[in-house]
Unconditional design. Sequence first.
Length: 103
Amino acid sequence: MHKDGVRYKHAEVPRFDDPDRVFTQGGAIEAAIAARKAGKIRYIGFTGHKDPAIHLHMMQAAARRGFHFDAVLMPSNVVDAHYRSFARDAMPWHCARASRCRQ
């Protein structure tokens, strides 16, 4: 694959303490940033499938540290509005800060 399409994502962030582990000194985000600087990857993102509050916590943790994710993936389907809604609880916060957002 051409390096312009290579991406790195923190797959499934299911616990509230995961952002602390990702952003700790010497943590995963430092490795991802170093790989991007070395030209090994182009995009850094994360996914969350469990709870929009945890997803929002990850985005806020990044913002507090001045980091912007290139990709944020979250589930959205017909059931979303009825239980732990990502569309209602996480997506608006992200879209308010994203340069491009489709709702």
